[in-house]
Write a protein that binds this ligand. Structure first.
Ligand code: MLT
Ligand code: ZN
Length: 465
């Protein structure tokens, strides 16, 4: 990359030598994410402070160096991929977590803090940052914010953007900007904090955030259900909406997903595995008295709203139930190459959309496997296509492309979104017009120009300029 030498040498007086990596093997590990795209990284920078980030960005802007911000790199849309010789700016060393403010129920963290470490920290004060993802042990707060991550509790708490009261960001020009200063109410025009959240590192680099917290649920329970059909699943969800509790997760998976988790990860299910679909439902209650919940479960079973249903009786049971749902991604990854579609439709359209999607898949007579799972309760199913051993890589790719066209056409008919929670990155940008109008995209380009007129920050993500 032009000017790289001058850039790194100028940085030498601001960053220690351990903060600048140039060995290609070491660097490329920072240029990919869970999409496993091939990386090509010129250098990796590991700043220890916001001032260092500001220095890096202002120099990069001056010397026209392309920068890819990077967190835990667990993304599934290629938002953190550096494949064109860009410099990766990893925030991982900036992982400070401050004391919890118990009065305002907030905590200030740096971008590189691991999500699970933030959960553990807040738990000690009886508080919760309610964004919960299967990748929580590896993903970082900066990545969660940049992608406006979803996860398994959106049905109760919403997406990441609801749980932030302040951001510190650095622009490509090296300015440090504090957004919203932890105000619960701030009704003064455009909300730049919300604009940065979900912008996938294309507008500015998030260095710190104040996260909004809520009380930890007092009593939690986890059910596993098997159902005969999607219609039955929807009836169960509707019934649960009016149960003596709050639903905190209503997740589903197909029999194929269950069998793969059982086989590949040796996870055990405490209900039978002969039904076509399964539901993991988590609830929270304010009272210790389980009798109402047991009564509700009895009614569900008696009225044959499910094939089978079971309430976890111990924390081991609960862990095992979540292990089935959260192990799906890993079990699929070890099965073969995968194409992921993380789409959204209105919850009321889940049944017809999924029914049509499955029928379409069968009709196309493809020689690939379909794994269906995801977040039923908030209308975001995941279609995962997995290569069979006897299908060539080229054939797999062609077949996925064919399915993709049909899936997105179907999605358009249902008024859905091509990304519910994984973001656009470089994988979904060609489909963004299915979810956003041309006028919206024109405005996107103007916003990008206002922040980063030279197009140096996370180039090629969300849209091509
Ligand atoms: C999930 O719901 O488990 C995540 O979005 C990851 C995935 O889609 O594989
Ligand atoms: Zn998901």
């Amino acid at each position: 990359m032009k000017n790289l030498k001058a850039f790194l040498s100028a940085l030498g007086s601001h960053l220690s030598s351990e903060s600048i990596l140039t060995d290609p093997h070491e660097c490329n590990a920072y240029g990919t994410d869970w999409t496993r795209q091939v990386a090509n990284v010129s250098a990796v920078l590991l700043p220890r402070s916001t001032d260092q980030v500001a220095k890096i960005l202002s120099l990069a802007n001056e010397l026209e160096i392309q920068i890819v911000p990077s967190g835990g790199r667990t993304g599934l849309a290629g938002g953190a991929v550096a494949s064109k010789g860009e410099v990766v700016l990893s925030l991982s060393k900036m992982n400070r977590i401050d004391s919890v403010d118990r009065l305002s129920k907030t905590v200030r963290v740096q971008s590189g803090a691991i999500t699970e470490a933030v959960h553990e920290h807040c738990k000690q004060s009886g508080l919760l940052w309610p964004i919960d993802l299967a990748a929580k042990g590896t993903c970082e707060i900066g990545g969660n914010l940049s992608t406006n991550a979803g996860g398994v509790r959106v049905i109760r708490y919403g997406m990441t953007r609801k749980w932030v009261t302040a951001l510190q960001v650095v622009t490509m020009q090296g300015e440090i900007i504090e957004l919203n200063r932890n105000l619960e109410k701030n009704n003064t025009g455009y909300d730049l904090l919300q604009l940065i959240i979900g912008s996938e590192g294309t507008l500015a680099v998030i260095t710190e955030a104040t996260l909004k917290l809520t009380r930890l649920p007092r009593f939690k329970n986890i059910f596993l259900f098997s159902v005969t059909s999607l219609e039955q699943m929807a009836r169960l969800c509707e019934e649960a909406n009016f149960g003596p509790f709050h639903i905190t997760a209503f997740e589903f998976f197909s029999q194929k997903c269950l069998h793969t988790v059982q086989e590949k990860l040796k996870r055990i299910s405490r209900i039978g595995d002969t039904a076509p679909f399964y539901v993991l439902m988590e609830i929270e209650r304010s009272s210790n008295d389980l009798s109402e919940v047991e009564e509700w479960l009895g009614k569900i079973l008696e009225e044959s709203l499910v094939v089978d249903g079971s309430l976890a009786q111990s924390s081991e049971d609960e862990k095992a139930s979540w292990g089935l749902r959260e192990g799906i991604t890993e079990s699929i990854a070890v099965t073969g190459p995968v194409r992921k579609y993380d789409v959204a439709v209105p919850v009321s359209q889940m049944v017809p959309f999924l029914t049509e999607g499955q029928k379409m898949f069968s009709r196309m007579n493809l020689s690939i496997d379909l794994y269906l799972f995801g977040h039923f309760g908030d209308g975001s199913p995941h279609f995962n296509l997995v290569k069979k051993p006897d299908c060539s890589m080229q054939e797999f790719s062609n077949q996925c492309d064919r399915f993709e066209i049909e899936l997105f056409a179907l999605l358009k008919r249902y008024g859905g979104s091509v990304s519910a929670e994984h973001g656009v990155g470089n994988l979904k940008k060609h489909w963004v017009t299915y979810s956003r109008t041309n006028r919206e995209l024109e405005l996107y380009r103007s916003i990008k120009k206002a922040f980063d007129p030279k197009h140096l920050l996370n180039p090629g993500k969300i849209l091509d300029i």
